[in-house]
Design a protein around this ligand. Structure first.
Ligand code: PMP
Length: 296
C-alpha cells in the first residue's frame, strides 16, 4: 500500500506515510469508533478524475454525523486535497481511502476532536474479474437498531471480515450476508443485484450500506431502459434467479457465477449485469467535461 516515498494527507498537511504516527489511545483503535470511505480515481481523456468524489465525501460526513463524530471539514477541501494527494504520489488510476479517527479517549462518550487522513494506492479490481462463487454466510448483517447501518463505520467491518474469512475458509470467493430477518442484504463490501425474466432486483435500503455504485447502477439501468424492482427478497428468490452480480467502488461490477451449489443459468455475456458492467466501466472513465454533474 505504501513505500518510503508515499505521501498521505493528515489534518491539512502532506506527510510521509512511513513517518506519520497516531496515538494508541485513540477511541477508534479501541472501539472501532471511526468512519471511512472507499473511492476510486480513474484516468480519463482530461486527466485523473475522482468518480463521484462529492457523493463519497458527503457520505463520509453523513457517516460521522450519524454516529456523533464531529466533522469539521468542508467536502470541497477534502476533494481538493485528494487531487493533490494523487498528484504528489503520481497516481492516476487509484483507490482512495479517507479515514476519520478520534483523539485519545478511553471513555464511551462522544469525542471532542478528530483527525482525518487520506491515503491512496493502485488497486486492481478488488474481487478480480472472474465471476464469483459465493456462499450464504452464517453471519447476518448487523440489525439497524444495533448500529447505524447507513454509516460506513470502521467497527462494522468486523462483521465483513468474519463473513469473508468464513467464505474463503469454505473454499468460496465471497460471502453473501442476509439481514437479521433472513432477507438478502449484501456482500461484505458490495451491494447485490440479481436478474429474473429480464427484470433487475436489488434489496431496498434500510438493512444495507447505501452504495454509491448501487445508486450509479440504478441510474444506468434506468438510462438503458431496464425494469428494476427494489424490495425485501428471500434467498429462495435468488435461488430461482437467472443471473446476479455484486457492485461496489472497489469491486466495480462483477458477475456472480453461483451461490452455494447452484449456478446461475444465464450466460454472463447475455445478462443485464454484463451490460451494466460495460456501461459502468465507460462512465467512470468519462472525461471531466462530460461528467461535470457527477464531478463537481
Ligand atoms: N456494502 C458494503 C458493506 C460496503 O462495504 C460497500 C463498499 N463501500 C458497498 C456495499 C458498496 O458501496 P460503494 O458502492 O459506495 O462502494
Amino acid at each position: 500500500y505504501y513505500n518510503k516515498n508515499t505521501v498521505i494527507y493528515l489534518d491539512g498537511q502532506f506527510v510521509k506515510a512511513n513517518e506519520a504516527s497516531t496515538d494508541l489511545y485513540s477511541q477508534t483503535m479501541h472501539y472501532g469508533y471511526g468512519v471511512f470511505e472507499g473511492i476510486r480515481a480513474y484516468s480519463t481523456a482530461d486527466g485523473t478524475s475522482i468518480f463521484k468524489a462529492k457523493e463519497h465525501y458527503e457520505r463520509l460526513k453523513n457517516s460521522a454525523e450519524l454516529i456523533n463524530i464531529p466533522f469539521k471539514y468542508e467536502v470541497q477541501d477534502l476533494i481538493d486535497a485528494t487531487y493533490e494527494l494523487l498528484e504528489k504520489n503520481n497516481l492516476t488510476d487509484a483507490y482512495v481511502r479517507p479515514l476519520v479517527f478520534c483523539d485519545p479517549n478511553m471513555s464511551l462518550s462522544r469525542p471532542n476532536n478528530v483527525s482525518v487522513m487520506i491515503c491512496a494506492w493502485e488497486w486492481g479490481a478488488y474481487l478480480g474479474d472472474k465471476q464469483l462463487r459465493v456462499t450464504v454466510s452464517s453471519y447476518c448483517r448487523p440489525h439497524p437498531r444495533s448500529i447505524k447501518i447507513d454509516a460506513k463505520v470502521c467497527g462494522h467491518y468486523v462483521n465483513s471480515i468474519l463473513a469473508t474469512t468464513e467464505a474463503k475458509d469454505k473454499g468460496f470467493d465471497e460471502a453473501l450476508l442476509l439481514d437479521s430477518d433472513g432477507y438478502l442484504a449484501e456482500g461484505p463490501g458490495a451491494n447485490l443485484f440479481f436478474e429474473k425474466d429480464g427484470v433487475l432486483y436489488t434489496p431496498r435500503l434500510g438493512n444495507i450500506l447505501p452504495g454509491i455504485t448501487r445508486a450509479t447502477v440504478l441510474e444506468l439501468a434506468e438510462e438503458l431502459g431496464m425494469e428494476v424492482k427494489l424490495g425485501l427478497f428471500t434467498p429462495e428468490v435468488l435461488a430461482e434467479a437467472d443471473s446476479a452480480f455484486y457492485c461496489g467502488t472497489a469491486a466495480e461490477v462483477i458477475g456472480i457465477a453461483s451461490v452455494d451449489e447452484r449456478e446461475f443459468p444465464l450466460n454472463w455475456n447475455d445478462s443485464l449485469g454484463k451490460k451494466l458492467q460495460e456501461a459502468y466501466s465507460k462512465l467512470v472513465r468519462k472525461s471531466h467535461k462530460t461528467l461535470s454533474s457527477v464531478y463537481q
